[in-house]
Design a protein around this ligand. Structure first.
Ligand SMILES: [Cu+2]
Length: 155
């Protein structure tokens, strides 16, 4: 009886941790033109009752990855700013999307069309590894403007 109880608890625990796993949907890397950085969009879901923060990202296919957000400056223009972390609410989502939070990926060493592996690190020690397709950038936007490093207000 005790054994049965223990294994039932174990089964519940393992079910709980499986449900608590972070996941990502619609992940896509849009490559920059020439030497310009790429951008990653997607939606990270946190099914657990504990909020956390995305604090870092890495990939073998890129030299470095920064966390960026868009802010509206006093002149009314939107510009990007590097930040230390993004909030990921309990039982919530973190949307990485045009005009909002995104990952900025520098120094691509692959080929457009490749799938790249990415690893996200969270403040509570959780990590999330996934693959995302890379796509050549099809349209101009703030990341692909012709001037040098426009709109980037790195600290
Ligand atoms: Cu950016």
């Amino acid at each position: 009886m005790r054994l049965f109880f223990a294994s039932a608890v174990l089964a519940m625990l393992s079910l709980g941790s499986a449900q608590a796993e972070l996941s990502v949907a619609k992940a896509q890397v849009k490559l920059g033109i020439g030497q310009r950085p790429a951008v990653l969009h997607g939606v990270v879901t946190n099914p657990s009752p504990t909020a956390t923060r995305l604090i870092a990202a890495s990939s073998q296919a890129f030299e470095r990855i920064e966390l960026h957000t868009h802010i509206t400056s006093r002149d009314g223009n939107m510009r990007m700013q590097a930040v230390d972390s993004f909030a990921l609410p309990a039982k919530g989502k973190l949307a990485l999307k045009p005009g909002g939070h995104h990952l900025m990926l520098f120094g691509f060493s692959g080929t457009a069309g490749d799938k790249v592996s990415l690893r996200l690190s969270f403040a509570d020690g959780r990590t999330l590894e996934f693959e995302a397709p890379t796509k050549a950038r099809a349209r101009r936007d703030s990341h692909a403007a012709p001037q040098k490093r426009p709109n980037h207000a790195h600290r």
